[in-house]
Design a protein around this ligand. Structure first.
Ligand code: SAH
Length: 374
């Protein structure tokens, strides 16, 4: 594990060399079984035996998985037992080539602190035979399950979840705690997969933001509002605005603010490059000399791997914040975006990676940028 960390540190340092020295990566104490979200694709062998596991890289061949060293053990046990239930209930797995069959995927989400467990059964059509008995049998085997959702994905797609969902048991969401707040998480909302390291990641972002208490902060790509609420606590006399594209996640974010008694946040649904750009266009454009004319004091971004949209980077610069905190899950797009921001007047002050994906190749990085005084 030490060598893995050294390798990630070296890769990141080389990529970001033109911008800033990279602080030592934050490693994980026990780098196993950390994944709180486990996905298994279901299929069968030629002889009809049900298998479940993961796609072989770059293909749709299923590699059978019973247990994986990075996955939550409770999730793996549930998935194995669902395989057994399919056999006893004579439920056929879905065939991606022909479109025949029913059972496609299982997604299990576990709450690290709450212990709550969500099971999402993804089917090719809405009817699960002997539905009630199936749910009963599964709950009997795993009383730790707190909610079961039936998701229908009838498209020939590599996306796991479909649009339509019905709740078969429980509330339809789980809750978990992070950084002292409670979060409601739906099946379709993004939630960091490594809850232990997430707290360290968010703390790093908060440290880099270095808030005084009255700032106007934006949290772009905010998901269910995890970083937003954390920031909101740090600016009791300020305001946090979150923007996120998935409607279910924004619903979660609003609910999460209320659940935690936080009133200085507001959330908007849509593509950040559109929503924020529209909002900024409606205000006057601040001049560089007039920092009081800034529309934001601090902007936090946490985009998916493809990084920030070029239009969004322009808009952020127009907002003229003193600081930008960039949380990234892909160093290559991070380096690309930081270069653009550098050309537009922002200097990288601090960099630190946090190992969110032990035993895997991905690197999660937090960068603190500061507006250069003109
Ligand atoms: N900060 C959150 C989520 C980060 S993941 C957390 O730590 O939990 C990135 C998020 O960006 C996802 O929730 C995804 O749905 C959202 N997203 C993807 N493209 C987007 C876009 N163009 N505008 C706004 N949000 C987007």
């Amino acid at each position: 594990y030490k060598e893995q960390l050294a390798k990630k540190q070296k890769e990141l340092s080389e990529l970001l060399k033109p911008f800033c020295k990279v602080n030592p990566i934050v490693g994980m104490k026990n780098p196993y079984h950390y994944r709180n979200k486990v996905h298994a694709v279901f299929g069968h062998r030629k002889d009809g035996t049900v298998i479940s596991g993961t796609y072989q890289q770059g293909t749709h061949f299923i590699v059978p998985v019973d247990e994986c060293l990075i996955e939550d053990k409770r999730a793996d046990a549930i998935i194995c037992d669902i395989r057994g239930l399919l056999k006893s209930f004579k439920i056929k797995t879905y065939n991606e080539d022909t479109g025949y069959g029913l059972f496609r995927h299982v997604l299990v989400r576990t709450g690290y602190h709450s212990g709550q467990v969500m099971v999402v059964l993804v089917l090719g059509s809405p009817i699960l035979p002997s539905k009630n008995n199936f749910v009963k049998a599964l709950r009997k085997l795993h009383p730790e399950i707190t909610t079961i959702i039936l998701n229908v994905n009838d498209q020939k797609t590599s996306m796991v979840l479909g649009e339509k969902e019905t709740v078969l048991y429980g509330k339809g969401y789980i809750e978990d705690e992070l950084c002292g707040h409670t979060f409601r998480i739906s099946s379709k909302s993004f939630y960091q997969v490594n809850p232990v390291q997430t707290e360290k990641l968010y703390q790093t972002a908060l440290d880099f933001a270095d808030l005084q208490g009255d700032e106007r902060v934006w949290d772009l790509y905010c998901g269910i509002g995890t970083i937003s609420l954390f920031l909101a606590k740090a600016v009791p006399n300020g305001q946090v605005t979150g923007v996120e594209i998935v409607p279910e996640a924004i619903e979660n974010a609003k609910k999460n603010a209320a659940l935690n008694g936080i009133s200085n946040t507001s959330f908007y649904c849509g593509a950040a490059e559109d929503v924020v750009t529209d909002m900024v266009a409606k205000h006057r454009t601040p001049s560089k000399e007039d920092t009081n004319g800034a529309l934001a004091d601090v902007v936090v971004v946490d985009p998916p791997r493809k990084g920030c949209d070029a239009k969004l980077l322009d808009t952020i610069v127009t907002m003229n914040p003193e600081k930008i905190v960039y949380v990234s899950c892909d160093p290559a797009t991070l380096a690309r975006d930081v270069k653009v921001l550098g050309e537009k007047g922002y200097e990288v002050k601090k960099v630190r990676a946090c190992d969110m994906f032990p035993q895997g190749g991905h690197v999660e990085t937090v960068v603190g940028l500061q507006r250069k005084d003109m």
